[in-house]
Design a protein around this ligand. Sequence first.
Ligand code: HEC
Ligand SMILES: [Cu+2]
Length: 351
Amino acid sequence: MSARLRLLTLTSAVAALAVLTGCEWLTFSNEAQTTMVPMTDLGRSTDSVYWLVIYITAGIFVVVQGMLMYAMWRFKETSPDDIPEQVHGNLQMEIGWTLLPVIILVVISVPTVKGIWAAQPDTAEMEAAGEVVTIKVVGKQWWFAFQYPDYDDIVIGNEIHVPAGKQVHLELHTGDVLHSFWIPRLGGKRDLIPGKVNHIWFKADMPPEGQDSITLLGQCAELCGDSHALMRMQAVVHTPEDFDRWVNGYKASAAQSSDPLAAAGQQTFLSAGCIACHSTDPTNAQAYLAPNLSHFGSRTHLAADRLDNTPENLSAWLHNPQALKPGATMPNLNLNDQQVEALVAYLHSLK
Ligand code: HEC
Ligand SMILES: [Cu+2]
């Protein structure tokens, strides 16, 4: 490759990357997993430190590059014997380049430390007054469970629902190995550590004008085994009224379907052993063995956001979970087509 061609390739690659990353941010896609469009007080406090550091470093870049260019032009070598002025041990310069970084770091440390304190508010009083929505998060290989102690202990898999404008407190647990909970637009990536409880506090902004809720994406951010990359989740931020509506709808068990195929599926669900791990009671966490399926028919995704929750995908999952998610801890129960068809009808009737 000629030097010119190489340069052209490199510049177009950089330009393409800039356009691609820039576009996702600019289109402000709800689904973008970006920290650049924060939707909580926590997200904004981190974001403001981020931008402060970007502005300072951009300024340093411009000044240093400018001085370098100027020096290269102004002090161009004229004869091979030229030796530049020697400044070794210059006290003023030594003090200057020690003090300047100290000042910059102090400037950055002020909002950083403030942000760290703000991220761990003392909510004991609010909690006592019932003003905090606590949600227990449990990471498992390779899915998430969310339980709501303030709301009859309802539990849901892979889809966390939070009210906007209220103090939310996430209690982070793991059921097996180290995971990391991260919904970029809600702010704060935090590890789920065996034997320790971690916390995240935030207050989410209202969904966009005219919407009752907004759905964000998140995922496990700590390599946790075979299907780590397929351990994703959705977060739904509701207006307070819509959150209450969701809670009340979820608390009630799904209505019995009159479809005979769904009824057959319910029998299969009991006889094929599904019930040993999965519960269809919205308040039964069943020791977090498997995602709660009480309203599975209303869920848009399947197996920790691995697939859309369509009949075809669900059928493929029930036939062979490991084919879709390497190492999936749900066993392949060698179900026949009839059993799977009935199960799909049953599970999708649970709305
Ligand atoms: C040994 C425990 C176990 C048994 C038995 C079991 N599952 Fe699962 N199931 C799991 C686990 C664990 C997951 C989560 C897997 C993942 O996403 O990595 C899961 C996921 C699912 C999901 C997707 C849930 C979601 O939130 O997206 C469905 C649907 C499902 N199982 C249905 C069934 C049915 C129907 C049966 C019976 C034929 C069954 N399971 C038997 C453990 C089990
Ligand atoms: Cu994980």
